[in-house]
Design a binder for this molecule. Structure first.
Ligand SMILES: Cc1cc2nc3c(=O)[nH]c(=O)nc-3n(C[C@H](O)[C@H](O)[C@H](O)COP(=O)(O)OP(=O)(O)OC[C@H]3O[C@@H](n4cnc5c(N)ncnc54)[C@H](O)[C@@H]3O)c2cc1C
Length: 396
């Protein structure tokens, strides 16, 4: 254990960017989200209200949207980008519109990702851009390819268009020197995504790391896959960009495997996922001459472990090959304290029209309902900071 470990307990650093009113609002929001019944009812009411065109957008905008998103457009995110930069934290503009399922929708999303790359150019406060594969290509088509099923002429053309879109984005990222994350999704089409990402890495990561694949460490085989990817990067002479995450689709993966009678692709326990995640961090740091790594996690132990590994290997906190990433509106105690200690930290900043980012917001609300999970911790930290501020006020 590193005795100089960064403390995540300093709530005055974690919430310095929130004035009393903003902190009170966050307190109310996380309190409300700690009730599963309230979240359930609220989610259903919002869905119905939007269907009926009821005027709920304002309420959403001023509450959950305000907590977890930067705005409805890149322009509206500018204040948050600036604020985060003041505290030494980078932004990843994440166009969070989901559910596109037409060529036109994919083109629109690709154009928006291009805009984020243009915005990031020459700006150290936006070190990475990102896209979600199924925002730019059909999940059903990617699945068909993974299963080696024959494609119709229209499907072949659609796949070629998707590849061209991805290539154009990576090409722009390369030309403008902006690093690019490609998110990971469900196992039944992730292999097609991997194949496409490695093609891009081979093309654009020859002299610097531009393209990053995402490794979900809750998958049983993921450590082996990371080792194979590293070997391939040596063989083909490219740099490996690795964003590590635990994985967001556990229930869906397990349900589908049970339903279709194949082996569950997820590790059997949380402990096994934690161990594999930390093993992956160690592997990346031990091979840092060839790998650039971003640890996307809200887990305190994993974040500490990465700082320990860096110390053991004599790596400076600000080494450009290593980043820590969290989502905007969550785990500020990790992000702001790490940045304060000089580590490279970035926050995913989702944006998009309120109605279109609802699925993202519902997921945040759901994952925040569990008292044992995030909300318990967020709420406790916010309460602690409010108490601290009141004490300071009473003393003065
Ligand atoms: C910056 C960033 C980028 C992200 N990008 C992606 C992405 O591209 N793709 C993606 O899928 N997710 C992504 N995620 C989400 C991520 O995969 C996790 O769902 C989320 O961060 C919670 O994990 P954690 O490491 O923060 O910590 P924790 O809260 O400690 O871990 C929770 C995670 O542990 C795993 N887990 C829980 N219970 C079990 C169990 N019984 N058995 C096995 N495993 C279990 C699950 O993966 C669960 O999400 C991203 C997260 C961040 C912060």
């Amino acid at each position: 254990m590193n005795t100089n470990a960064v403390s995540f307990d300093n709530t005055s650093i974690a919430f310095a960017y929130k004035d009393d009113k903003a902190l009170r609002l966050s307190h109310r929001l996380f309190s409300a989200m700690s009730s599963p019944a309230l979240v359930n009812a609220g989610t259903n009411m919002v869905k119905i209200a939007f269907k009926l065109n009821l005027p709920v957008k304002g309420i959403i905008r001023n509450t959950v949207f305000h907590q977890f998103c930067g705005g409805e457009s890149i322009e509206e995110c500018e204040n948050t980008i600036k604020m985060l930069a003041t505290y030494g934290i980078g932004t990843i503009l994440d166009y969070a519109v989901e559910g596109e399922n037409s060529e036109e929708g994919f083109e629109k999303s690709a154009a928006e990702v291009m805009r984020t790359i243009e915005r990031a150019k020459d700006d150290t406060s936006i070190p990475f851009c990102v896209f979600k594969p199924t925002g730019l290509a059909s999940a059903a088509l990617l699945e068909k390819i993974q299963n080696h099923m024959p494609l119709s002429k229209a499907e072949k053309s659609s796949f070629e268009k998707a590849r061209a879109r991805w290539n154009a984005i990576a090409n722009k990222a390369y030309a403008l020197n902006v690093k690019l994350f490609i998110d990971s999704e469900e196992s039944w089409y992730q292999e097609t995504i991997d194949q496409m990402v490695y093609e891009l890495m081979e093309r654009y990561n020859q002299e610097k790391t531009i393209v990053f694949n995402t490794y979900q460490m809750y998958r049983s085989s993921m450590m082996e896959r990371l080792i194979v990817a590293h070997a391939k990067s040596i063989e083909k002479g490219f740099y490996l960009g690795a964003k590590l995450v635990r994985g967001a689709y556990m229930e869906k993966e397990r349900d589908r495997a049970a339903l279709n009678g194949y082996e569950d692709p997820i590790l059997p326990s949380k402990n096994a996922t934690d161990q594999q995640y930390n093993e992956a961090l160690r592997f990346c740091i031990e091979n840092i001459d060839r790998i650039e790594v971003c640890s996307g996690s809200h887990n305190e132990r994993s974040n500490h472990y990465l700082t320990e590994l860096m110390e053991i290997h004599g790596i400076h906190p600000a080494d450009e090959r290593i980043f820590f990433a969290q989502l905007y509106g969550m785990s500020d105690h990790i992000s702001f304290n790490l940045a304060h200690a000089n580590y490279n930290v970035v926050k995913y900043l989702p944006y998009g029209p309120v109605k279109s980012v609802l699925p993202y917001l519902f997921r945040r609300a759901e994952e925040n309902t569990s008292i044992a999970g995030q909300t318990g911790r967020e709420l406790e930290l916010i309460r602690k900071e409010r108490k601290r501020r009141n004490k300071v006020k009473n003393l003065s």
